[in-house]
Ligand binder design. Sequence first.
Ligand SMILES: Cc1ncc(COP(=O)(O)O)c(C=O)c1O
Length: 317
Amino acid sequence: MIYDSILDTIGNTPVVKLNHIAPKKQTVFVKVEAFNPMASVKDRLAVAIINAAEKSGDLKPGQTVIEATSGNTGIALAMVCAAKGHPFVATMVETFSVERRKIMKALGAKVILTPASERGSGMVRRAEELASKNGWFLSRQFENEANPRYHRNTTGPEILKDFADRDLNFFVSGWGTGGTMTGAGEIIKLARPETQIVVAEPENAALLSGKEWTPHKIQGWTPDFIPRVLKKEVADRFVPVSDDESIEVAQKLAKEEGIFTGISGGATLAACFKTAEVAPENSTFCVMLPDTGERYLSSPLFEQISEDSDEDWLSCV
Ligand SMILES: Cc1ncc(COP(=O)(O)O)c(C=O)c1O
Protein backbone atom coordinates (compact mmCIF):
# COMPACT_ATOMS: atom_id res chain seq x y z
CA MET A 1 0.00 0.00 0.00
CA ILE A 2 1.44 3.39 -1.00
CA TYR A 3 0.80 6.58 1.02
CA ASP A 4 1.67 10.19 0.20
CA SER A 5 2.65 10.94 3.81
CA ILE A 6 3.15 9.11 7.11
CA LEU A 7 0.14 11.12 8.32
CA ASP A 8 -2.14 9.20 5.97
CA THR A 9 -1.40 6.00 7.91
CA ILE A 10 -3.09 7.28 11.09
CA GLY A 11 -6.27 5.48 12.21
CA ASN A 12 -8.14 2.45 10.84
CA THR A 13 -6.52 0.36 13.55
CA PRO A 14 -7.34 -3.35 13.81
CA VAL A 15 -9.87 -4.85 16.22
CA VAL A 16 -8.67 -8.23 17.54
CA LYS A 17 -10.56 -10.97 19.41
CA LEU A 18 -9.10 -12.32 22.66
CA ASN A 19 -8.85 -16.11 22.40
CA HIS A 20 -7.35 -17.10 25.77
CA ILE A 21 -7.88 -14.63 28.60
CA ALA A 22 -11.44 -13.36 28.02
CA PRO A 23 -13.92 -14.28 30.80
CA LYS A 24 -15.95 -17.45 30.09
CA LYS A 25 -19.12 -16.90 28.05
CA GLN A 26 -18.11 -13.34 27.12
CA THR A 27 -16.60 -12.08 23.86
CA VAL A 28 -13.87 -9.45 24.10
CA PHE A 29 -12.33 -7.52 21.21
CA VAL A 30 -9.50 -5.03 21.62
CA LYS A 31 -8.87 -2.04 19.34
CA VAL A 32 -5.10 -1.93 19.00
CA GLU A 33 -4.05 1.71 18.71
CA ALA A 34 -0.38 0.66 18.70
CA PHE A 35 -0.87 0.18 14.94
CA ASN A 36 -0.76 3.98 14.50
CA PRO A 37 2.60 5.25 13.10
CA MET A 38 3.95 6.40 16.48
CA ALA A 39 2.15 3.54 18.20
CA SER A 40 -0.55 5.33 20.21
CA VAL A 41 -4.10 6.68 20.01
CA LYS A 42 -2.61 10.18 20.37
CA ASP A 43 -1.54 10.23 16.71
CA ARG A 44 -5.21 10.91 15.97
CA LEU A 45 -5.41 13.91 18.30
CA ALA A 46 -2.11 15.35 17.02
CA VAL A 47 -3.02 15.31 13.32
CA ALA A 48 -6.52 16.60 14.17
CA ILE A 49 -5.25 19.59 16.16
CA ILE A 50 -2.50 20.58 13.72
CA ASN A 51 -4.75 20.25 10.64
CA ALA A 52 -7.52 22.30 12.30
CA ALA A 53 -5.08 25.04 13.42
CA GLU A 54 -3.49 25.28 9.97
CA LYS A 55 -6.92 25.55 8.39
CA SER A 56 -8.14 28.26 10.79
CA GLY A 57 -4.89 30.23 10.42
CA ASP A 58 -4.06 29.94 14.16
CA LEU A 59 -0.89 28.04 13.16
CA LYS A 60 1.27 29.65 10.49
CA PRO A 61 3.73 27.77 8.23
CA GLY A 62 6.93 27.03 10.16
CA GLN A 63 5.51 28.33 13.48
CA THR A 64 6.61 26.49 16.66
CA VAL A 65 4.07 24.25 18.39
CA ILE A 66 4.15 23.61 22.17
CA GLU A 67 2.15 21.21 24.35
CA ALA A 68 1.99 19.87 27.89
CA THR A 69 2.04 16.11 27.52
CA SER A 70 2.38 12.88 29.47
CA GLY A 71 4.37 11.58 26.52
CA ASN A 72 2.23 9.97 23.87
CA THR A 73 0.76 13.29 22.76
CA GLY A 74 4.26 14.74 22.61
CA ILE A 75 5.50 11.84 20.51
CA ALA A 76 2.51 12.14 18.19
CA LEU A 77 2.88 15.93 17.86
CA ALA A 78 6.62 15.56 17.30
CA MET A 79 5.89 13.17 14.40
CA VAL A 80 3.15 15.36 12.89
CA CYS A 81 5.25 18.54 13.27
CA ALA A 82 8.31 16.82 11.71
CA ALA A 83 6.17 15.74 8.74
CA LYS A 84 4.70 19.25 8.34
CA GLY A 85 7.79 21.39 9.07
CA HIS A 86 6.85 22.92 12.46
CA PRO A 87 9.41 22.98 15.33
CA PHE A 88 7.92 21.30 18.44
CA VAL A 89 8.46 21.79 22.20
CA ALA A 90 6.99 19.49 24.90
CA THR A 91 6.62 20.21 28.62
CA MET A 92 6.38 17.01 30.63
CA VAL A 93 6.31 15.88 34.29
CA GLU A 94 9.72 14.42 35.18
CA THR A 95 8.22 11.08 36.34
CA PHE A 96 7.03 9.93 32.90
CA SER A 97 9.11 7.21 31.23
CA VAL A 98 12.51 7.96 29.72
CA GLU A 99 11.61 6.18 26.46
CA ARG A 100 9.00 8.87 25.79
CA ARG A 101 11.46 11.75 26.15
CA LYS A 102 14.03 10.09 23.93
CA ILE A 103 11.56 9.30 21.14
CA MET A 104 10.37 12.93 21.08
CA LYS A 105 13.94 14.19 20.86
CA ALA A 106 14.72 11.68 18.09
CA LEU A 107 11.82 13.22 16.15
CA GLY A 108 13.48 16.63 16.50
CA ALA A 109 11.50 17.96 19.49
CA LYS A 110 12.75 19.82 22.57
CA VAL A 111 11.61 18.47 25.96
CA ILE A 112 11.24 20.66 29.09
CA LEU A 113 10.73 18.66 32.32
CA THR A 114 8.55 19.98 35.17
CA PRO A 115 8.70 18.89 38.86
CA ALA A 116 6.61 15.87 39.96
CA SER A 117 5.37 17.91 42.94
CA GLU A 118 3.55 20.25 40.53
CA ARG A 119 1.65 17.31 38.95
CA GLY A 120 -0.15 17.54 35.58
CA SER A 121 -1.23 21.13 36.13
CA GLY A 122 2.45 22.19 36.54
CA MET A 123 3.35 21.07 33.02
CA VAL A 124 0.24 22.80 31.62
CA ARG A 125 1.20 26.08 33.36
CA ARG A 126 4.76 25.91 32.00
CA ALA A 127 3.53 25.34 28.43
CA GLU A 128 1.17 28.33 28.74
CA GLU A 129 3.98 30.57 30.00
CA LEU A 130 6.37 29.55 27.21
CA ALA A 131 3.69 29.90 24.50
CA SER A 132 2.73 33.43 25.52
CA LYS A 133 6.36 34.54 26.03
CA ASN A 134 7.55 33.25 22.61
CA GLY A 135 4.42 33.49 20.44
CA TRP A 136 4.24 29.71 19.98
CA PHE A 137 1.06 27.81 19.11
CA LEU A 138 -0.23 25.98 22.19
CA SER A 139 -2.19 22.94 21.03
CA ARG A 140 -4.21 22.58 24.28
CA GLN A 141 -5.14 18.90 23.99
CA PHE A 142 -7.31 19.12 27.13
CA GLU A 143 -9.48 21.95 25.72
CA ASN A 144 -9.21 21.70 21.94
CA GLU A 145 -12.51 20.58 20.38
CA ALA A 146 -10.57 19.19 17.37
CA ASN A 147 -9.59 16.34 19.73
CA PRO A 148 -13.04 14.78 20.47
CA ARG A 149 -14.24 15.84 16.99
CA TYR A 150 -11.58 13.63 15.36
CA HIS A 151 -12.67 10.67 17.52
CA ARG A 152 -16.27 11.37 16.48
CA ASN A 153 -15.17 11.29 12.83
CA THR A 154 -12.69 8.37 12.94
CA THR A 155 -12.49 6.13 16.04
CA GLY A 156 -16.26 5.98 16.56
CA PRO A 157 -17.18 5.28 12.90
CA GLU A 158 -14.36 2.70 12.59
CA ILE A 159 -15.87 0.77 15.51
CA LEU A 160 -19.42 1.08 14.13
CA LYS A 161 -18.26 -0.26 10.77
CA ASP A 162 -16.34 -3.18 12.31
CA PHE A 163 -19.27 -4.17 14.52
CA ALA A 164 -21.97 -3.50 11.91
CA ASP A 165 -23.00 -7.18 11.78
CA ARG A 166 -22.32 -8.00 15.42
CA ASP A 167 -23.55 -7.25 18.90
CA LEU A 168 -21.75 -4.46 20.70
CA ASN A 169 -22.93 -4.40 24.30
CA PHE A 170 -20.04 -2.51 25.91
CA PHE A 171 -17.46 0.02 24.70
CA VAL A 172 -14.68 0.42 27.27
CA SER A 173 -12.18 3.31 27.42
CA GLY A 174 -10.12 5.15 30.00
CA TRP A 175 -9.51 8.89 29.93
CA GLY A 176 -6.54 11.24 29.73
CA THR A 177 -7.97 14.23 27.92
CA GLY A 178 -11.31 12.44 27.57
CA GLY A 179 -11.14 12.84 23.76
CA THR A 180 -11.53 9.13 23.02
CA MET A 181 -14.35 8.36 25.46
CA THR A 182 -16.24 11.55 24.61
CA GLY A 183 -15.88 11.50 20.80
CA ALA A 184 -16.04 7.76 20.12
CA GLY A 185 -18.55 7.23 22.95
CA GLU A 186 -20.93 9.92 21.64
CA ILE A 187 -21.03 8.54 18.12
CA ILE A 188 -21.41 4.90 19.21
CA LYS A 189 -24.23 5.94 21.55
CA LEU A 190 -25.93 7.88 18.78
CA ALA A 191 -25.89 4.97 16.33
CA ARG A 192 -26.37 2.17 18.87
CA PRO A 193 -28.14 3.46 21.98
CA GLU A 194 -28.11 -0.07 23.44
CA THR A 195 -24.30 -0.01 23.75
CA GLN A 196 -23.10 0.90 27.25
CA ILE A 197 -20.13 3.25 27.47
CA VAL A 198 -17.86 2.08 30.28
CA VAL A 199 -15.26 4.57 31.50
CA ALA A 200 -12.32 3.26 33.48
CA GLU A 201 -10.41 5.38 36.01
CA PRO A 202 -7.47 4.82 38.38
CA GLU A 203 -8.73 3.71 41.81
CA ASN A 204 -6.31 6.28 43.30
CA ALA A 205 -7.66 9.14 41.20
CA ALA A 206 -11.29 8.34 40.33
CA LEU A 207 -12.23 11.99 39.70
CA LEU A 208 -15.36 11.23 37.64
CA SER A 209 -16.59 8.99 40.46
CA GLY A 210 -16.20 11.98 42.80
CA LYS A 211 -13.00 10.83 44.54
CA GLU A 212 -9.85 12.83 45.30
CA TRP A 213 -6.83 12.72 42.95
CA THR A 214 -3.76 10.95 44.36
CA PRO A 215 -0.70 9.75 42.35
CA HIS A 216 -1.20 6.63 40.22
CA LYS A 217 0.93 4.55 37.85
CA ILE A 218 -1.41 4.52 34.85
CA GLN A 219 0.59 6.85 32.60
CA GLY A 220 -1.53 8.87 30.20
CA TRP A 221 -4.65 8.56 32.35
CA THR A 222 -6.44 11.02 34.61
CA PRO A 223 -4.54 14.24 35.31
CA ASP A 224 -5.40 16.06 38.54
CA PHE A 225 -8.27 17.94 36.86
CA ILE A 226 -11.29 17.15 34.67
CA PRO A 227 -10.48 18.39 31.13
CA ARG A 228 -12.82 20.73 29.29
CA VAL A 229 -13.28 18.37 26.30
CA LEU A 230 -14.50 15.53 28.53
CA LYS A 231 -18.27 15.03 28.61
CA LYS A 232 -19.02 12.96 31.67
CA GLU A 233 -22.63 12.34 30.60
CA VAL A 234 -21.46 10.14 27.69
CA ALA A 235 -20.55 7.42 30.23
CA ASP A 236 -23.06 4.86 31.47
CA ARG A 237 -20.77 3.52 34.17
CA PHE A 238 -17.43 4.29 35.81
CA VAL A 239 -15.13 1.45 36.81
CA PRO A 240 -12.14 2.05 39.12
CA VAL A 241 -9.02 -0.09 38.59
CA SER A 242 -5.86 -0.35 40.67
CA ASP A 243 -2.25 0.07 39.47
CA ASP A 244 -1.49 -3.59 40.29
CA GLU A 245 -4.53 -4.93 38.40
CA SER A 246 -3.60 -2.84 35.36
CA ILE A 247 -0.02 -4.11 35.32
CA GLU A 248 -1.09 -7.72 35.89
CA VAL A 249 -3.60 -7.67 33.02
CA ALA A 250 -1.17 -5.97 30.59
CA GLN A 251 1.47 -8.62 31.40
CA LYS A 252 -1.07 -11.44 30.89
CA LEU A 253 -2.22 -9.94 27.59
CA ALA A 254 1.37 -9.95 26.32
CA LYS A 255 2.18 -13.49 27.52
CA GLU A 256 -1.08 -15.24 26.73
CA GLU A 257 -2.43 -13.39 23.68
CA GLY A 258 0.76 -11.89 22.17
CA ILE A 259 -0.77 -8.40 22.36
CA PHE A 260 1.73 -5.85 23.66
CA THR A 261 0.13 -2.83 25.32
CA GLY A 262 0.93 -0.26 28.01
CA ILE A 263 -0.32 0.11 31.59
CA SER A 264 -3.44 1.99 30.46
CA GLY A 265 -4.32 -0.81 28.01
CA GLY A 266 -4.06 -3.30 30.88
CA ALA A 267 -6.17 -0.95 32.99
CA THR A 268 -8.90 -0.66 30.35
CA LEU A 269 -8.99 -4.43 29.89
CA ALA A 270 -9.10 -4.89 33.69
CA ALA A 271 -12.18 -2.62 33.73
CA CYS A 272 -13.71 -4.78 30.98
CA PHE A 273 -13.11 -7.97 33.02
CA LYS A 274 -14.73 -6.37 36.09
CA THR A 275 -17.74 -5.30 34.02
CA ALA A 276 -17.95 -8.81 32.49
CA GLU A 277 -18.50 -10.25 35.98
CA VAL A 278 -21.81 -8.38 36.31
CA ALA A 279 -22.81 -8.30 32.61
CA PRO A 280 -25.29 -10.77 31.08
CA GLU A 281 -23.67 -13.90 29.59
CA ASN A 282 -22.67 -13.73 25.91
CA SER A 283 -22.04 -9.98 25.97
CA THR A 284 -19.64 -8.46 23.43
CA PHE A 285 -17.04 -5.89 24.50
CA CYS A 286 -14.87 -3.51 22.46
CA VAL A 287 -11.91 -2.32 24.55
CA MET A 288 -9.51 0.51 23.61
CA LEU A 289 -5.80 -0.34 23.96
CA PRO A 290 -4.20 3.14 23.71
CA ASP A 291 -0.53 2.30 23.11
CA THR A 292 2.34 -0.18 22.88
CA GLY A 293 4.13 -1.97 25.73
CA GLU A 294 7.48 -0.90 24.26
CA ARG A 295 6.97 2.52 25.81
CA TYR A 296 7.11 0.97 29.31
CA LEU A 297 10.30 -1.12 29.38
CA SER A 298 11.70 1.07 32.20
CA SER A 299 8.36 1.42 34.03
CA PRO A 300 6.81 -0.82 36.72
CA LEU A 301 5.12 -2.76 33.89
CA PHE A 302 8.30 -4.39 32.58
CA GLU A 303 11.19 -3.17 34.78
CA GLN A 304 11.36 -6.62 36.47
CA ILE A 305 12.18 -8.31 33.15
CA SER A 306 15.88 -9.16 33.13
CA GLU A 307 18.13 -8.42 30.17
CA ASP A 308 20.41 -11.37 31.02
CA SER A 309 20.86 -14.54 28.99
CA ASP A 310 18.45 -17.34 29.86
CA GLU A 311 21.34 -19.85 29.81
CA ASP A 312 20.46 -21.24 33.30
CA TRP A 313 16.95 -21.97 32.17
CA LEU A 314 18.34 -24.22 29.38
CA SER A 315 19.68 -26.70 31.94
CA CYS A 316 16.15 -27.19 33.36
CA VAL A 317 14.39 -28.02 30.09
C1 LIG B 1 -1.23 5.78 27.37
C2 LIG B 1 -2.54 6.50 27.25
N1 LIG B 1 -3.67 5.89 27.55
C3 LIG B 1 -4.86 6.52 27.45
C4 LIG B 1 -4.99 7.82 27.07
C5 LIG B 1 -6.34 8.49 27.03
O1 LIG B 1 -6.75 9.06 25.84
P1 LIG B 1 -7.63 10.39 25.77
O2 LIG B 1 -6.69 11.55 25.89
O3 LIG B 1 -8.30 10.34 24.43
O4 LIG B 1 -8.60 10.41 26.90
C6 LIG B 1 -3.83 8.46 26.79
C7 LIG B 1 -3.86 9.84 26.55
O5 LIG B 1 -3.55 10.67 27.38
C8 LIG B 1 -2.57 7.81 26.87
O6 LIG B 1 -1.42 8.43 26.58
